[in-house]
Design a protein around this ligand. Structure first.
Ligand code: ADP
Length: 491
């Protein structure tokens, strides 16, 4: 699976699954909200029950006085009057001496209907009085709270008059005076509960950030690991959270296995390159000497030997590239960083390229350079890089297509551009082609040409070794321009 596939599959699974932190945060958040809601509901219920029982008790006591007054009047009725009891007039007569202040009111509800006491009608509407009467006579303990939490909250209580069911009930109505204070207290309670809840959520988020800190730092350490720095990839267990230590132990073991395998691989590449080169040089030498000496060679054999010679040369070049890469991996590749005259290197690269590709016009306009230009780097490496780029320019263009070598001085840098007018490289491939063994998708190779995907990675490695860089600009069907940049030497 390519790295981009891996990235996309990872982001895909990231879309589908939630991180542990997110799950933990959400679960805790739900628990905090549920706990706060439950505690508000329970304390609200307790508070209401406590207020209700307290008021019920108070109203029972307050109701005794008017009840006694009514009962006294009932008791003073003659036998005849008691028999006929009770009409609305009787109720009015019973209530006539009861005068209450502060919004309190009484009324009698019985078989003769509902009769309000003094001032009750001016305090409450007839519908409201009827509602109070209904609640006071039908509720548990004959007590009820009306519009609890409202600023006009009212408590109602009823008791039977002593004369029997037909004499009716005395109903006592009284506002809950401290309701606005109670409500204010309730709001404070609600507000403090919300503040507490938010503080818990914020503390939770901070705690999570703190808990996840070691994981984040590990992630950034691991993401910096490259195949060439495996020796620094081991992670010390000291100071790491206990939960992560077994994972890190396994990770370190895996790094050690990878390191051993990478070492074997490099050793293998280096040995193979060495071992192949000598016989290949011998084969090449013999082919050359036969081609040079045997003038009367049959043209078919001559052609076969030429092909063999060309292939041996190509193989030799590939082995030399592999050797360079394995030397670089083992930090044995020597790349100089010293001042040199770069136009000489350009001429040398041009000479070699013109010899190797006689059919392609390879142009180098030197007219702009009257003074010599000095750069920091390694002259042999610059020649090698230019040769490589010109070779690619020829390989990926039409036969006999022109190639331009252009040198520019820009600020403190010197730029060497190899421009071709070939097929170009697709935009999404331009980064990748500098990786080892990578060939651009969508770029066709001409018949008879071969490709290993090593050339540009060597150019990149050599340029970086000299403290410079390589970049590409390319357009499909128009051509490609590879630019090498080196530091200018002003000495
Ligand atoms: P190779 O040419 O041996 O495959 P390189 O590392 O030199 O290896 O190049 C990598 C790939 O980049 C090539 O396979 C080719 O697809 C693409 N490439 C390089 N130079 C050019 C160019 N001048 N024009 C078009 N494609 C190029």
């Amino acid at each position: 699976m390519g790295s981009s596939d891996l990235d996309s599959s990872q982001s895909l699974s990231g879309d589908r699954s939630w991180s542990i932190a997110r799950r933990f945060f959400l679960t805790s958040f739900i628990l905090i909200v549920a706990q706060s809601g439950l505690s508000l509901a329970i304390s609200g219920k307790l508070w209401r029950d406590f207020t209700a029982s307290h008021l019920n008790f108070a109203l029972s006591r307050e109701l005794l006085r008017p009840l006694n007054l009514v009962d006294n009047k009932l008791d003073s009725l003659s036998a005849q009057e008691a028999m006929e009891c009770c009409t609305r007039e009787d109720y009015e007569y019973f209530l006539s001496d009861i005068d209450l202040a502060d919004g309190k009111a009484v009324m009698i509800s019985g078989s003769a209907g509902l009769v309000p006491g003094k001032g009750a009608q001016s305090l409450y509407s007839p519908e409201r009085l009827r509602e109070f009467a209904h609640l006071a006579t039908t509720s548990k303990n004959r007590f009820s709270l009306v519009d609890f939490r409202d600023k006009n909250a009212v408590a109602v209580k009823s008791m039977n008059l002593s004369g029997g069911p037909e004499t009716g009930s005395l109903i006592y109505i009284r506002p809950i005076y401290n309701m606005s204070l109670f409500n204010a207290l309730n709001r404070v309670r609600l507000f403090s509960e919300i503040v507490l809840m938010l503080s818990l959520v914020i503390l939770l988020a901070i705690a999570l950030t703190y808990i996840l800190k070691p994981i984040r730092s590990l992630r950034s350490r691991i993401s910096n690991i490259q195949p060439d720095n495996l020796d620094t990839a081991l992670i010390s267990l000291e100071g790491q959270p206990v939960e992560l230590q077994p994972i890190l132990t396994e990770f370190n073991r895996m790094v050690q296995r990878l390191e051993a395998s990478a070492k074997n691989q490099k050793q293998f590449a280096s040995t193979i390159s060495h071992e192949f080169r000598t016989p290949l040089t011998v084969i090449s030498g013999f082919i050359q000497s036969v081609l040079n000496r045997a003038q009367d060679l049959d043209s078919r054999y001559r052609e076969s030997l030429s092909i063999a010679d060309k292939e041996a040369f190509r193989l030799n070049r590939m082995l030399s590239d592999l050797l360079d890469l394995s030397r670089a991996d083992n930090h044995q590749l020597k790349v100089l960083r010293e001042p040199f005259e770069c136009i000489l290197s350009c001429r040398e690269a041009l000479r070699l390229a013109q010899f190797a590709f006689p059919n392609n016009p390879i142009r180098f306009d030197e007219s702009g350079f009257e003074d010599s230009i000095w750069v920091i780097g390694d002259p042999d490496c610059l020649v090698k890089c230019l040769e490589n780029l010109i070779g690619n320019a020829v390989k990926y263009s039409e036969p006999m297509s022109a190639i331009d070598l252009v040198v520019n001085v820009k600020d403190q840098c010197v730029l060497f551009a190899v421009q071709d007018y070939g097929q170009g490289i697709p935009g999404d491939q331009q980064e990748r082609i500098f990786e080892r063994f990578v060939r651009a998708d969508g770029v066709a190779l001409r018949r008879g040409e071969s490709s290993s995907g090593l050339g540009l990675s060597i150019v990149k490695m050599l340029m970086e070794g000299m403290g410079g860089s390589v970049s590409v600009q390319s357009e499909i069907g128009v051509g490609s321009r590879f630019t090498l940049t080196l530091q200018r030497s002003l000495s």
